[in-house]
Every structure is written in structure tokens, then in C-alpha cells.
Design a protein around this ligand. Structure first.
Ligand code: AMP
Length: 377
């Protein structure tokens, strides 16, 4: 069976790596000739809206899925007329626009941050009067890794953003004083069966994920249940098939949904070594109609993103249960070029292993616990 994947980045790369042992073949479509999947799978290099290329891409495929959520919806509708597309284009369309995402969460009774929608930055003064400061203004579409969003702390910030942001429409969100960021990865199969990974704790710098801890420390059964209930509502409302991720803020012991991704997610990379079945394998199982795999963790994992530079593998790989993933992308600042997963049998052992990481990781931006970074120096 050949599976078509829209997008040829690292998520697609890891989907293919998970799918080869199950005898799946892959074909990718990505506009970039340098897309990481080029190393391991055939691909069509074309714009997503090149319908001739889409026709060629679709020929002989069993189904199509995506690893990138900003695929133009008309491309997905074109493909859907020819073959099954999972998750549904409806899920993709909702996740592409913060307004529809927020109204879905609201309709399903999932708590979210206070927000106001704006047709353009001209309406910013009025929106700020309603919500107050501090707040964050975000583009409704095409934002990722902290791009397309601007914090507003003072009236001067408001004046500056009003004059410099031409993107529209926008949302203004109240700044949430969260205690930490979490995510829930969920998966739903063709027969409606669902499975959930334990909540993951995520630490960001400059809007980019730097560290995930899985399972997130200090999670009560009630909080896990709250996250699973929210994810289940979304999965069922959209008759969803595949892996879905919801990013959450933990705030006074409750969860607020920030956004969702209709795909495998960076905060689930740890599951390759740290769960019985990885998010990548479970996504493929779900979309191809196979039974879902066990989502239990194998001990405790820390996933560190490598942004723009790579560590010396010989210094890293002498450490126990430490795994390096390099995506094969050109090294450029701000770009996710690989990740490292450190696994252990207990939280204490994990912290001790993280403390032994080579000096490359002893920088604040890796978001490791300070005492361990100092201890390791
Ligand atoms: P997003 O693109 O919505 O995932 O936002 C990127 C990052 O910005 C989040 O992971 C948070 O660290 C931060 N952020 C986004 N929205 C808010 C908010 N309303 N209050 C505080 N921090 C936020």
C-alpha cells in the first residue's frame, strides 16, 4: 500500500520511518526540492495548488494524509474527490484558522483563553479596551513557531503594532499567566476507538518548542482526564481519523486550550523511544484501518529540539538510552534540524541523565532545570 503525504518535512520523514516496517510505501508532495523526505522516499516537487502535479501525485495511492497543516484547502478537496483523505479536510480547515478553532472549542465546552477577533489591526484599540493588557495579537492563519504573533504590554506596543501589522484577520488574546504548557496527543481509528498519550510538558523559547518532558511531571488523574475529555470531544465532533494534538495552558490547576494540530506533533517525538507505540506508527495505523497501538510510556523521556545546529554525535551517543535524530536539513538559525531523546526508568534517573549531557546542551535556551545545567558544568 502506498500512502501519500502532503508536506515533506521532518514529521513526514518520521512517519515514513515508522511505516516501512509495516510494509507501507510512501510518496510525498512538497514545494521544496530540499525537503528532508527526499533522502528516503519518492516525492513530487510542486506547489500544492499545481493540480496537474496533484493528479500525478495521487495516481496509485491508497490514501492521503498530511504532515503540514497549512496545505491550501483546495488541494485537499481536489484529492478528496479521487481518494480517501485523513484526517478530514474539515479538521484541516478548522485548524488553519484560529477563529474556527476557538469557536469549535467553545461549542464543545472546552475552556479557552479570553479573546476578541479583529478584521484588521485598525480595530486594535477597541479590542485592547475590551480585553486589557497584557495581551497577544496573533494572525488567524499561517502562524507557526511564534511567527505571526506579537505581545502587547504597553500602549506604545499597541500603537506600534497597529502601524506595522498588515496581516489580517487577527485575534487578540488575553495574556495567560500559565504555570506551564502541556499538550495531549490523541488518536482515533476508523472504528471510532481512541487512545491517548499521557500529558506532555513543553517549554518554549522565542515561540519555538525546546524541551518536552513525557509524561509531564506532577499530573493528577483528574487533569489527565480533563485533557482526554477535551480531545475526545474534538475527535468525535469531527469524526476524526489519525493523530490529533491539542496544546494547552495549565492555569490554576485547570486547562485552557490554546490551539490544535491535525497531525503528529513535535511534542510527541519522544514517543519513538519513550512509548510502546510511537505517535507516527499510531497515525499510520489509524489512517490505514489497523488496530491502534498501546500508548503507554516506557519510563520517562526528555526530548530536546536541535535548532539550527547539531551536537557532536560521539559525545552524545556514549550516554545511556540517549537517541539522536537528524532530519537532513541545511543548518540555518531558527530551523528545527533534529532532536535528541533521553529516556530513563524514573524521573530521578532522567534528571541525572539530562545532567550528564555534553556542554552543547548547557545553555539556558534548552530549558533544562537550572540546577542540573549548573551541576553538569
Ligand atoms: P501559539 O502559536 O498560539 O502556539 O503560541 C506560541 C507560544 O506563545 C505558546 O506556546 C505560548 O508560549 C505563547 N502564548 C501564546 N498565546 C499565549 C497567551 N494567550 N498567553 C500567554 N502566552 C501565550
Amino acid at each position: 500500500m502506498t500512502i501519500g503525504i502532503l508536506g515533506g518535512g521532518q514529521l513526514g520523514y518520521m512517519l515514513a520511518l515508522a511505516g516501512y516496517p509495516l510494509n507501507f510505501h510512501f510518496r510525498f508532495l512538497d514545494p521544496s526540492p530540499q525537503a528532508p523526505v527526499g533522502r528516503i522516499a519518492p516525492r513530487v516537487t510542486a506547489e500544492y495548488t499545481d493540480f496537474e502535479a496533484l493528479e500525478k501525485f495521487a495516481t496509485g495511492l491508497a490514501l492521503v494524509t498530511y504532515e503540514f497543516e497549512n496545505v491550501p484547502i483546495e488541494a485537499v478537496h481536489f484529492l478528496q474527490k479521487r481518494l480517501p483523505v485523513y484526517p478530514s479536510p474539515q479538521a484541516l480547515e478548522i485548524a488553519q484558522d484560529r477563529r474556527s478553532e476557538k469557536s469549535l472549542f467553545k461549542r464543545l465546552g472546552i475552556p479557552i483563553t479570553e479573546f476578541v477577533t479583529l478584521d484588521s489591526a485598525d480595530e486594535l484599540d477597541q479590542a485592547v479596551r475590551k480585553l486589557g493588557l497584557p495581551a497577544i495579537v496573533k494572525t488567524c492563519r499561517l502562524g507557526y513557531d511564534g511567527k505571526g504573533q506579537w505581545p502587547l504590554r504597553t500602549d506604545d506596543d499597541v500603537a506600534q503594532i497597529k502601524n506595522s501589522v498588515s496581516a489580517k484577520p487577527l485575534v487578540l488574546e488575553k495574556f495567560v499567566n500559565f504555570s506551564r504548557e502541556l499538550s495531549i496527543l490523541a488518536v482515533r481509528a476508523h472504528d471510532g476507538k481512541t487512545a491517548f498519550y499521557p500529558l506532555v510538558e513543553n517549554r518554549h523559547r522565542n515561540g519555538i518548542l525546546r524541551l518536552s518532558l513525557a509524561p509531564a511531571p506532577r499530573i493528577s488523574l483528574a487533569l489527565q482526564h480533563e485533557a482526554e475529555t477535551a480531545a475526545l470531544r474534538v475527535l468525535e465532533a469531527l469524526d476524526y481519523i489519525g493523530v490529533l494534538t491539542i496544546e494547552l495552558f495549565e492555569c490554576d490547576g485547570r486547562l485552557l486550550a490554546n490551539e490544535m494540530a491535525p497531525r503528529v506533533h513535535n511534542s510527541g517525538h519522544w514517543s519513538i523511544e519513550g512509548a510502546v507505540t510511537s505517535q507516527f506508527e499510531n497515525h499510520l495505523r489509524a489512517v490505514t484501518g489497523l488496530p491502534l497501538g498501546d500508548t503507554h510510556t516506557i519510563g520517562h523521556s526528555a526530548m530536546l529540539n536541535l535548532i539550527g545546529e547539531l551536537p557532536d554525535p560521539s559525545q552524545l551517543l556514549i550516554l545511556p538510552d540517549t537517541h539522536l535524530h537528524i532530519y537532513g536539513k541545511a543548518l540555518r538559525p531558527g530551523r528545527k534540524v533534529g532532536h535528541v531523546t533521553v529516556r530513563a526508568n524514573s524521573e530521578e534517573q532522567l534528571l541525572a541523565r539530562v545532567a550528564q549531557l555534553p556542554p552543547f546542551f548547557h545553555r539556558e535556551e534548552f530549558c533544562l532545570p537550572a540546577k542540573h545545567v549548573q551541576h553538569a558544568k
